[in-house]
Design a protein around this ligand. Structure first.
Ligand SMILES: N[C@@H](CCC(=O)N[C@@H](CS)C(=O)NCC(=O)O)C(=O)O
Ligand SMILES: [Fe+2]
Length: 351
């Protein structure tokens, strides 16, 4: 199985991408709006067919990327009815299973942090995605959004702690760099509900935490009730049909650059030896070897977007990164470099 745990630093949120290796069917659990480009790039680069974005609950601290992901991939939005998320393509309840390829996520209703919280148990109970119900040595707060410490106690004790001890716990958040736990560990060491803690101990803890409200709560809850549908769609760049890669780079196809040659500047960062040996270059391309770029920045014009290129499209990524850092806003790497340019029969001239 493909398993990716992704992190949003700003909100301390984990998202999970799971996929079946044979069918390539995939699901995303708890995406983050600001990480949409990264997440979509990963789905595309791994060649996956995203079936669903599953929300463990209506989050209060960050906006979900579910609606944007549906918009771009056609995937379903999946959550529980009490989550009150609308639009929902598939609503799930206790005992339901959501299949992707040979794998399934089994739904446990685990209210307490919110009424609509679900946990998702993989296949033969090897992993559980607990949302904010159970965190690593912690749990979701119960002081807003229908929170109930008594309900949370029962959800953790009756449902999650009934899973095998070696079942790995993947939560929706961590704020101190921990990324996973296990049911056995949390049963023993969770400082709120582990060991000998009873319901009175747990409720007494939860009701006296006095936490400040999440910074984003006033924005996040209304947005998440709409599955993260923005009031205004984020505008794609108007200067080139750039694709954001999982490495965080902006990329354009050689075909687009060739067809729009007059509206861009091309920067070729191969060494002069290579340019001579390979014997071809793109007409009008500015030649500055990558090792000289930082000293020769003043030669790179700013009147048009800059498209960087090299032999295979690797050093040119670095060139684009350097330019961006130095203040060039409209800069992208030409995918696959000159190798792809030539393989596609695009025009080049003898150098
Ligand atoms: N400092 C964070 C707090 C976020 C927060 O309160 N998160 C909720 C989940 S929506 C929670 O239950 N956190 C558990 C905890 O902080 O122990 C923020 O402002 O975003
Ligand atoms: Fe939450």
């Amino acid at each position: 199985m493909v398993f990716k745990q992704l992190f949003d630093q700003a909100s301390g949120t984990f998202s999970y991408l799971l996929a079946d290796e044979d069918s390539h069917e995939a699901v995303f659990i708890d995406t983050v709006y600001e990480q949409h480009d990264r997440d979509l790039a990963l789905v595309r680069e791994l060649g996956l067919t995203l079936k669903a974005c599953i929300e463990t609950h209506c989050h209060a601290d960050h906006v979900t990327g579910a609606w944007l992901m549906k918009h771009h991939t056609g995937c379903d939005i999946v959550a529980s009815v009490p989550s009150a998320i609308d639009p929902l393509d598939i609503s799930v309840k206790e005992g339901d299973a959501y299949d992707f390829g040979r794998h399934s996520l089994h739904v446990l209703e685990t209210p307490g942090h919110t009424d609509g919280c679900i946990s998702l148990v993989l296949d033969a109970r090897t992993m559980v995605f607990t949302g904010d119900t159970l965190l690593i040595r912690g749990c979701g707060r119960t002081d807003f959004q229908q929170g109930s410490a008594n309900k949370l106690y029962n959800s953790i004790r009756e449902k999650l702690f009934a899973l095998p001890d070696d079942c790995i716990v993947y939560p929706a958040h961590d704020y101190t760099g921990r990324n996973a736990s296990s049911i056995g560990e949390e049963k023993e060491y969770n400082p709120r509900i582990g060991g000998q803690a009873n319901e009175v101990d747990f409720v007494g803890y939860m009701e006296n935490m006095n936490l400040p409200h999440p910074r984003q709560i006033d924005i996040a809850v209304p947005a998440n009730l709409k599955a993260g549908k923005p009031d205004k769609m984020p505008e794609p760049p108007d200067w080139a049909p750039v694709v954001v890669t999982y490495s965080g780079m902006l990329e354009v196809t050689p075909q687009w650059v060739a067809a729009n040659r007059g509206s861009v500047n091309i920067l070729d960062v191969r060494t002069s030896v290579e340019t001579e040996e390979e014997g071809t270059r793109i007409a009008g391309a500015l030649l500055i070897p990558i090792n000289e770029l930082r000293e020769r920045l003043n030669e790179v014009p700013k009147d048009k977007p800059v498209m960087t290129i090299c032999r295979s499209g690797k050093r040119s990524v670095l060139a684009a990164t350097i330019l961006r850092k130095e203040g060039w806003e409209k800069v992208a790497n030409i995918k696959g470099g000159l190798l792809q340019w030539q393989a596609e029969g695009l025009p080049s001239i003898a150098s």
